[in-house]
Design a protein. Structure first.
Length: 427
């Protein structure tokens, strides 16, 4: 970019706050819209807020949509000549319609695990009875936003999934929506992600290892995510055999944004699980920690279709969420009792590596707001994974939040998973 630009961020829950703040600090004008009513306070005191983003379209040089579901809007704005970082109707379906996402993988000659879509719990229970096996239960559509509903079975005959389905039938009835049962395989869970500029994927590729359970050691309920470790790579056998094959289709759709594919891999093959056709959270914040260029530059050139390859740091990046009750559940009474307006305190008057999440700023104090219980995300980098971990947890210790909790093992997966991936020829 040769001159300062005007960025309009359209966010569902305010997750774009950290990116908007970074773009503002890089010298650009910023406005942030937060759609969810319960999260409307997120970002106050950090960046300028707007209540109706549509009224500011003509003001903006670049529009950034941080979530899935805006694909048709993004497409219409692009046809009007606007620079838009975001999805398309096609990429929305890749993420929100699990059945469509799996069929597109198959259509692009990418191996997938056996799966079946269901509309009733009774039919799914009958299917397990007829085909005993270990399964993963995955909600589709809007229900998949409730990450704690996803369940990874361990019983080889699927009886743990049957018990779960019976419990869901009692609590949800017919209001749950569609869901998938997918055959479970053992291996390393890994994601490959890349930015697409309307014509091609940009290099390097982002390789990430997510930690989704609430407690260390992958124990407890599933969450959206508790933390992630990652690195940038100019080449990836997993990318070449999966995401890269979608390039021509994405170009035909004029997609300009970020696409992530989560996979299970083992010595027998690569098995894609699901798409994230938007920013990943906290992936985008940890990616930013590993950039050697302004994030505004990357976003602008992807939206404009003029992006050069990405300038990144060597080594590893890592990040973890620091959360408060009732996370990962939605309980308004608990949030207001224990967490609302709680102060985020920095021991050494510094916030390096600290990314604001669902907070507002009042009299220069960070106060927790919103309704999710996600307070801040902490990131770090290092030439080795161990260096990155040491810096991460040093920074975590610099943050004081009453009733706050986080995982203390983010990055530990790398040491064993890396050996397996090398032996399988996948790194």
């Amino acid at each position: 970019m040769t001159s300062p630009k005007r960025f309009l961020f359209i966010s569902r829950w305010g997750e774009s706050l950290d990116i908007a703040l970074a773009v503002q600090k890089e010298g650009h004008a910023v406005k942030l819209f937060v759609g969810d009513r319960g999260a409307r306070e997120v970002g106050f005191g950090f960046v300028p807020k707007v209540t109706q983003w549509e009224k500011h379209v003509n003001w903006a040089d670049v529009l950034i949509f941080d979530y899935t579901g805006y694909g048709a809007t993004c497409e219409a704005l692009r046809k009007q000549g606007k620079l838009v970082f975001g999805g398309t109707p096609y990429t929305d379906r890749l993420e929100l319609d699990r059945n469509f996402g799996q069929s597109e993988l198959r259509n692009h000659k990418i191996n997938i695990l056996p799966y079946k879509e269901f509309h009733t719990f009774r039919d799914a229970i009958a299917h397990i009875g007829a085909h005993p096996n270990a399964y993963v239960m995955k909600p589709s559509g809007e229900t998949q936003e409730l990450k704690q509903l996803l369940f990874v079975g361990n019983d080889d005959k699927g009886q743990d999934v049957v018990r779960l389905l019976k419990a869901y039938e009692k609590s949800w009835g017919d209001g749950f929506g569609t869901f998938q049962l997918q055959r479970k395989v053992k291996g390393v869970e890994i994601s490959v992600a890349a930015y697409f500029n309307g014509e091609r994927f940009l290099s390097p590729i982002n390789i990430a290892f997510e930690h989704k359970k609430l407690f260390p050691g992958e124990l407890g309920v599933s969450t959206g995510e508790m933390g992630t470790s990652m690195f940038w790579s100019p080449h990836s056998p997993i990318f070449d055999r999966t995401l890269k094959k979608l390039g021509p289709t994405l170009a035909a759709q004029n997609f300009r944004g970020h696409l992530d594919l989560n996979c299970i891999v083992n010595g027998n093959g690569i098995y894609p699980l699901e798409f994230t056709a938007r920013f990943g959270f906290p992936q985008i914040f940890i990616q930013r920690a590993g950039l050697n260029q302004p994030i505004s530059d990357l976003l602008y050139h992807v939206a404009a279709g003029t992006s050069r390859d990405i300038q990144v740091k060597k080594g590893f990046q890592i990040g973890a969420f620091l959360v408060v009750p009732p996370f990962p559940y939605n309980d308004k009474k608990t949030f207001e009792l224990f967490s609302k307006d709680a102060v985020v305190v920095f021991k050494k008057n510094g916030a390096e590596g600290i990314h604001p999440m669902h907070v507002k700023k009042v009299n220069e104090e960070w106060l927790i707001t919103g309704n999710t219980g996600i307070a801040v995300m902490v990131s770090a980098t290092g030439l080795t994974m161990r260096d990155a971990q040491k810096l991460l947890f040093k920074r975590m210790g610099n943050v004081i939040i009453n009733n706050g909790y986080y995982r203390t093992d983010i990055g530990d997966r790398w040491y064993e998973d890396a050996d397996k991936l090398w032996s399988w020829g996948l790194l």
